[in-house]
Design a protein around this ligand. Structure first.
Ligand code: SAH
Length: 222
């Protein structure tokens, strides 16, 4: 088989396995059709290390190096679903904290968000940027920084979503949330829950959602 045929073969296989992943997400309770379409469209195998590409569509977290993991598809889909359904406004300026390999960045971009992605580990940020360049029509802004501080020059944001768990909600992020905006972030140490904060004219309103398991939100950069 020549190289281009081999590549087509991989492309078709990944499309089929992605379709199976989407069916599994449905069975697990993900209902938002835009999110499911984004999960079907964005090839996850591009974002994981080559040696793990054959496992890219399993519902499991996979190592990214640097003691970090790409989150399991279910939790990524669930967070995007909560984000889409919690934010009713038109604005889609979104701060993503913990870009990792850029998979969720690509999904947010596909969903029409103008994504400002922050990552504290420089080699991961470089990888995320390179991975995004392989996804046609999806772009994002990237910054090597400590996400606890948000991205003040680009604030306010309609949505803020974090892929690492904070011990307490970073106050700076609340300051950078637009009116009617929504912040979604895992909170806790050994026991974590997904915390949703909506900013309304009356103030901030917090809802505790399901239990989750994320890597910790660290401080500083490396
Ligand atoms: N959504 C990512 C998940 C990566 S895991 C993906 O799809 O690959 C969480 C990421 O958060 C890690 O890359 C970690 O380095 C990053 N992180 C942890 N604390 C951070 C902080 N304070 N600022 C920015 N990124 C942080």
């Amino acid at each position: 088989m020549n190289a281009s045929l081999a590549l087509t073969g991989i492309g078709m296989t990944s499309q089929r396995t992605r379709a199976r992943m989407v069916e599994r997400l449905r069975a697990q309770g993900v209902r938002n059709e835009s999110v499911l379409a984004a999960m079907a469209a964005i090839p996850r195998h591009i974002f994981v290390e080559e040696a793990l590409a054959s496992r890219a569509y399993e519902d499991t977290a996979l190592p990214l190096g640097f003691s970090q993991t790409i989150s399991q598809p279910y939790i990524v889909a669930r967070m995007l679903e909560i984000l889409c359904e919690s934010h009713k406004g038109d604005g889609r300026k979104t701060l993503e904290i913990g870009a990792g390999c850029g998979y969720q960045t690509a999904l947010l971009g596909h969903l029409g968000h103008d994504v400002y992605a922050v990552e504290r580990i420089r080699p991961l940020l470089v990888r995320a940027r390179g991975n995004l360049a392989q996804i046609p029509k999806v772009k994002a802004h990237f910054k090597h920084a400590d996400g606890n501080l948000g991205w003040p020059e680009a604030a306010p944001f309609d949505c803020i979503v974090a892929a690492a768990a904070a011990l307490a909600v970073p106050q700076e992020l609340l300051r950078q949330l637009a009116m009617n905006g929504v912040l979604l972030l895992p909170v806790g140490g050994d026991e974590q829950y997904l915390c949703r904060i909506q900013r309304t004219p009356q103030g901030f309103s917090e809802t505790r959602l399901e239990s989750v398991r994320f890597v910790p939100l660290l401080t500083g950069v490396e």
